[in-house]
Write a protein that binds this ligand. Structure first.
Ligand code: ADP
Length: 313
């Protein structure tokens, strides 16, 4: 089974010709739907066929109803802490070139408590996989990773979004760390003292990437997602799980790209699900599946609702 602890947002999206300057009033095409990294990743895991539970906090409102209805429709088990704060929201402007501007109202997501996480994850066991991100309070993220490790489950930390600074103690709780290029660059600057442009990450040679990953997370595996360049995997020498080498690149799967929003979420959900569903496979096979799943997810517009139905097993 997969347990995802994280955020649920109602995304309000306005498509506009150009992003608004201060003081402007303009017309746009509006749509709303579910979002939040936690929810997106939980839906992705579920749509690969894994039994999946989603642990979050919701407000007393229509957003919470949306979360419950969508979770039920996908067969996602929901453990929702009730909060007086409104359900999380995101206001998103997207211009004609696909550039965006996003404001997040964390709302109930900011109220998620370590104690609620611990009780919701009491059922974790060996062979399960826990996946957390950084759109929840850091004590709650720490509690989720601790619960996984204590239960002998695999603890995956997707250190997103990049602007959330985490300390060494939280980083070290991850057994598998899955930054994208921007998040990787931010973590390197903070924890390794290396300043590398996010745009330069995909171009680094493998030995250099491997050394950086080892310095970043000495005892865990690092999977750096590289957008259209696929991903890079680095294992600590002592814990290679049957892979021929301790580090390798996997190129992106060809895709008819329509919208890459949520590609990272697709990747993380699919990686967690594959690890839970097929424990006998080598780690690299799980990453290959995640890479394939994420490529498929870019072929449809949207995030959670655009996650493909693609069984891992
Ligand atoms: P994020 O959405 O967090 O920015 P990335 O852009 O690194 O994450 O994308 C995550 C994964 O999605 C990549 O590792 C890759 O597997 C897949 N992906 C992203 N963009 C493409 C693309 N243009 N073609 C094929 N796969 C892609």
């Amino acid at each position: 089974r997969v347990f995802v602890a994280g955020s649920f947002n109602v995304d309000h999206v306005w498509r506009v010709a150009a992003l608004p300057p201060p003081g402007a009033t303009l017309a746009g095409q509006y749509a709303s739907g579910p979002g939040g990294k936690g929810f997106n990743q939980a839906i992705a895991a579920r749509r690969t066929g894994a039994e999946t539970a989603f642990v979050c906090a919701l407000g007393p409102d229509g957003g919470a109803r949306m979360a419950r209805e969508l979770a039920a429709a996908d067969g996602l088990v929901l453990h929702a802490q009730s909060s007086d704060a409104p359900t999380g929201t995101a206001g998103i402007f997207v211009d004609a070139d696909g550039r965006n501007c996003i404001v997040i109202g964390a709302g109930a997501n900011a109220a998620l408590e370590p104690g609620f996480i611990a009780s919701a994850l009491a059922g974790l066991g060996e062979g399960d996989v826990l996946l957390a991100q950084l759109e929840s309070p850091l004590p709650a993220v720490a509690a989720a990773l601790d619960a996984a490790r204590a239960a002998g489950a695999t603890a995956i930390l997707n250190p997103a979004p990049a602007n959330v600074a985490i300390d060494r103690a939280l980083l070290d709780r991850a057994e598998v760390l899955t930054p994208n290029e921007t998040e990787f660059a931010a973590l390197l600057a903070r924890h390794v003292g290396e300043r590398i442009d996010a745009e330069a990450v995909a171009g680094l040679d493998q030995a250099r990437l491997h050394a950086l990953c080892r310095d970043l997370l000495p005892d865990g595996s690092v999977v750096v997602t590289l957008g259209a360049s696929g991903c890079f995997v680095s294992h600590p020498e002592a814990r290679q799980r049957g892979d021929a080498a301790g580090h390798y690149r996997i190129g992106a799967e060809p895709a008819q790209v329509v919208d890459t929003t949520g590609a990272g979420d697709a990747f993380n959900g699919a990686l967690a699900a594959s690890l839970a569903l097929r424990p006998a496979l080598a780690f690299g096979e799980h990453v290959r599946f995640a890479n394939r799943y994420a490529a498929r997810s870019t072929e449809h517009a949207g995030a959670a609702l655009a996650m493909p139905h693609l069984p891992a097993a």
